[in-house]
Design a binder for this molecule. Structure first.
Ligand code: SAM
Length: 416
């Protein structure tokens, strides 16, 4: 941070970067579903960026501008990526206006560009989102008017979505770099009636610790999200390779940065892995949809699809892991039908020799119906629906759960 800003109450990231280069460091925020923060942090750190802080549904980190391209392509569990411009106290509209006007908006937004404003307010005096939107818009217009010497903005150029987040009377102002949320990978135009978000499906796969030599089977595959995400992960395929991002239109990120990031992603992809997943469903139409999505994702060499009742799956003598999202009774089946299904699932799945089982469900009595207490339960959110992720580690008799797993399990049971 430039010395001129040291006494400034604002945490301003870019005021001294008007002549910024690609090497300078910026602050970013990756948002995610509640419960996935640790996974997102790990993804960010594995890309080489520095973690700054984590709070519910948000991970803040620093990196150069090329982080926008690399994180957009690679973050598997994040919903959106924002460039954070500054954060300051906003207990009144005056503070909100003055703080917003202080930021160097002209560094990012040209005189013909569009700059709509949206955001959220949580536990703050400025609780009216429409009022905050209008104050921020006016402050940005005032700043850009002074810089460009115009008072009317056509807003016909590149679209920069400004997003504010007010928490405990402190506002953070950001520019959205994703456009369409990151969970929309581009391989799933067709989905069933209760599809999982791709980001959540990927998180479930990661938590199941997939291995190249262990079959991963989703016997309730619906549109195939879990097996596709497993195959993308295990082939080291960047999940964003099939789509574009809002920031590809931003003139301050040279096109070569995106080309380099895509080239890097193609180099890293490892399609030769022997990893295999099965995607099966009782509904033949869902199997057909899953097959199309798998082909669109380019994962047809790693995922086999077929129609099968989940209650009749067999190990075929292989080592395996089941990762699945059976009906919850929210959008599919009645609660009685769901409970009966869980009872039959428990009886059948727990008889599969040494297979590990991972099930997401919003049903609070899941373990009782399934017939066994899970070794570990993690609280996850499927959109707004709070769910348990029930994990059964099948161990040879006489061995014990690893200590850290046992501690995590106890802690998560307390917090969930
Ligand atoms: C909640 S959806 C799965 C959604 C999927 N995860 C996705 O992202 O599209 C549940 C699926 O279970 C299937 N199903 C219900 N009962 C089944 C059974 N006994 N055997 C196999 N599939 C079943 C339904 O056809 C449905 O596609």
């Amino acid at each position: 941070m430039g010395s001129a800003l040291c006494s400034c109450p604002f945490r301003v990231y870019s005021a001294d970067r008007v002549k910024g280069t690609m090497e300078e460091s910026y602050t970013f925020v990756a948002t995610c579903l509640f419960g996935l923060e640790r996974l997102v942090r790990e993804e960010i750190e594995s890309l080489g960026y520095r973690h700054l802080s984590t709070m519910d549904g948000r991970v803040e980190f620093s990196g150069d501008l090329s982080a926008i391209a690399r994180c957009s392509l690679w973050l598997r569990c994040a919903e959106r990526l924002y460039l954070s411009l500054g954060s300051f106290p906003a207990r009144s509209f005056t503070e909100l206006f003055d703080g917003t006007e202080t930021l160097p908006w002209e560094r990012w937004i040209g005189k013909n560009d569009a700059f709509p404003v949206k955001g959220h307010s949580v536990k703050s005096r400025l609780a009216s989102v429409p009022d905050c939107q209008s104050i921020i818009k006016k402050a940005v217009v005032r700043r850009l008017s002074r810089t460009y010497g115009i008072s009317w903005f056509p807003e016909e150029g590149t679209r920069f979505q400004i997003v504010f987040f007010l928490l405990n009377d402190t506002v953070t102002l950001m520019i959205d770099t994703s456009g369409i949320p990151l969970h929309k990978r581009g391989y799933r135009p067709a989905a069933g009636i209760a599809p999982l978000r791709e980001t959540l499906a990927c998180a479930m796969v990661k938590l199941s610790r997939p291995r190249e030599d262990v079959l991963l089977w989703d016997p309730f595959c619906g549109s195939g999200t879990i097996p596709v995400e497993a195959a993308l992960l295990m082939t080291q395929t960047a999940p964003g390779l099939l789509r574009s991002f809002a920031a590809e239109d931003y003139p301050w990120i040279p096109g070569s940065v995106w080309q380099d990031a895509r080239a890097e992603a193609r180099d890293i992809a490892c399609p030769d892995t022997s990893f295999e997943a099965y995607a099966s469903d009782i509904d033949g139409e869902m199997v057909r949809i899953a097959e199309e999505n798998i082909r669109r994702a380019g994962m047809q060499n790693h995922v086999r699809t077929f129609r099968r009742d989940a209650l009749s799956i067999e190990t075929g003598g292989r080592r395996g892991t089941i990762v699945c999202n059976p009906p919850y009774g929210e959008r599919m089946m009645t609660p009685e039908e769901v409970r009966s299904l869980y009872r039959k699932m428990g009886a059948h799945f727990l008889s599969l020799d040494r297979w590990q089982i991972y099930v997401i469900s919003s049903d609070e009595t899941f373990e009782k119906d399934f017939g066994r207490k899970a070794d570990k339960v993690r609280k996850l959110y499927n959109g707004m629906i709070p769910c348990g992720f029930f994990q059964y580690f099948k161990r040879p008799s006489g061995t014990f759960m690893k200590q850290d797993d046992a501690e995590d399990s106890a802690r998560e049971r307390q917090t969930s």
